[in-house]
Ligand binder design. Sequence first.
Ligand code: ADP
Ligand code: MG
Length: 644
Amino acid sequence: MTALRRQTVFASLDPPPAWPATRGRPRPARLDTELDALPGVGATLKRKLAKLGLETLRDLLEHRPRRYESAVDEVAIAALGGSEEVAIAGEVLNVSSRRRGRLKIVTARISDGTASVAATWFNQPWLEEQLRPGVHVRLRGKPGRYGFDVKSYDVGDGEATADFAPVYPASEEIPPKRLRTLVGHALGHVADYFDPLPAELRERREMPLKRDGEPGELIERYRGALPFSLTPYQEQAVREIDADLARTIPMQRLLQGDVGSGKTVVALYALLRAVEHRRQGALMAPTETLAEQHFLTIEGICAELGVTCALLTSASPKKVRTAALSADVVVGTHALIQEGVELRDLAVAVVDEQHRFGVEQRKALAQGRAPHVLHMTATPIPRTLALTVYGDLAVSEIAKPPASRRPIVTRWIPEERASEAYTRLARLLREGRQAYVVCPLVEASETTLARAAEEEAERLRRAELREFKVGCMHGRLKPDERRDVMARFKARELDVLVATTVIEVGVDVPNATVMIVQEADRFGLAQLHQLRGRVGRGGEQSYCLLVSREKEELTETAVRRLESLVATTDGFELAEVDLDLRGGGQLLGTRQHGVSDLRFAHIRRDRPLLEQARKTAQELGAATGPLVDEINALFAETDSGALA
Ligand code: ADP
Ligand code: MG
């Protein structure tokens, strides 16, 4: 069957002694060309570039942008206002300059026909020359103290205010704008990079070439890889994150969304934005189970995208930990912030269930590296309170879960009719669904709880759930055992997971559509809501069956808790009920140190008042005048806690 041998060269079955060169082949040697070969580079500029370590075309092409400028809206001058970064365009009416201490300020009045504004530049005195009356300018910046504070600008036909422009590390002698132009010239030579990867492998793994690692491309593939499109709320959150990432100050954003609203998808988006810039993203979760869950979810999609992903917990062996540090995306627990853990190049950090971490722990993640931080929480903090508590921390909210969801049907079933709950469970299991059975919450050690869960699993295996495969999940399992159980449940090798509250957060198995909570009256409202959030994650109708003692035997608050869970799946409403039942001070739990210290106000009743208080506080923050020291002293403590 020799005829089937691939033809390699026309009319010959054997490869030629040497491959003829193609015209478009890469010529790596050309990358060593010195920079004065580029238009506009003379001896002086060449010397200045050398000081930045830029001597050849290769150096210039490998000069990594620090970040990318994102798109901003261009607005009419008459419509200026707010504090968002925007672009304006118009003509120079007049220009002047002055000094203020060591600051040199150039001011030009710009008009676009709708209105005029005084645009200010700091410490760029040479601009006075260029900004002649009648010259057309496009300015990017934001309304500031002196009119419009200019961040970047074009005079005449320039394009420096362009959207998505790369921002390169520059020096005093060479402005970023100049570097952008030079890199633009050098980019023509990018095809001269020799890629050592065989074409077949590249194709199979869909790996990018050096020359097409294009910004946004990874994100595009990520969106394409998701089995759904983002909801408008997710899109909004993503836009807000993009805007934050484009700023020079690190992001501090709270992503708030009820259980199952789809925060993880948004978090991964933020992490991949870091990876897209060849940097690192880290996700920190409060428990090993949750970290492992996130890892299972994220790892799959990362692998699809050719992004490396690693799990780092205190249980990881040293070798694994060391390797994890250089992964593109690192998922972990507190282990991420322990002494001696040096992440390669952290750019975006996500803190999941942030209220479960202390202020100090959240700070430690950012210590000395100033990454962009996205704090996530499912604990439904009423928006007013979130704002009051976090002050300037920006808040994104996923107010509604994906539309494909059906509200979870919740039933409250007294103990002696518990068998009905199991009958319903069995019926759904036979239809191919999966289920959770949550064991009673008792004041006991983790070990006692674990044993109780094991015993309950064993009992159910012999009784109600005889015909099904039943696994057990609790806090005393070793990490790899736990991972194994979760992986088997995900893979549908197990029908039922009997568990303690370790599954309260993060566990994401859309095919699991039923949950039975035993002795539900023992749980707190927020906790039950979190637990219930483990079902209702796919398109199928889901059920939550709350089993408790007879109503007559329960306390009044327990009755109200269970009744409100039956009445609504809206986390916001439940949070308000919870507040009523427990009083304002405790909403966030004891772990959120020093945050909710409202002594006189009632969060729900006094909502307008709190809103007002927050506004006033913000105004005071910007105040100048005789009382400024007193005001600063008053807010000093609040700020450090609230913004961490
Ligand atoms: P959260 O972290 O807010 O509790 P997740 O991010 O775990 O929620 O999302 C819950 C489930 O919803 C997951 O199975 C996820 O794949 C799915 N999901 C997320 N976004 C969407 C969407 N836009 N459309 C459909 N399903 C989604
Ligand atoms: Mg989650």
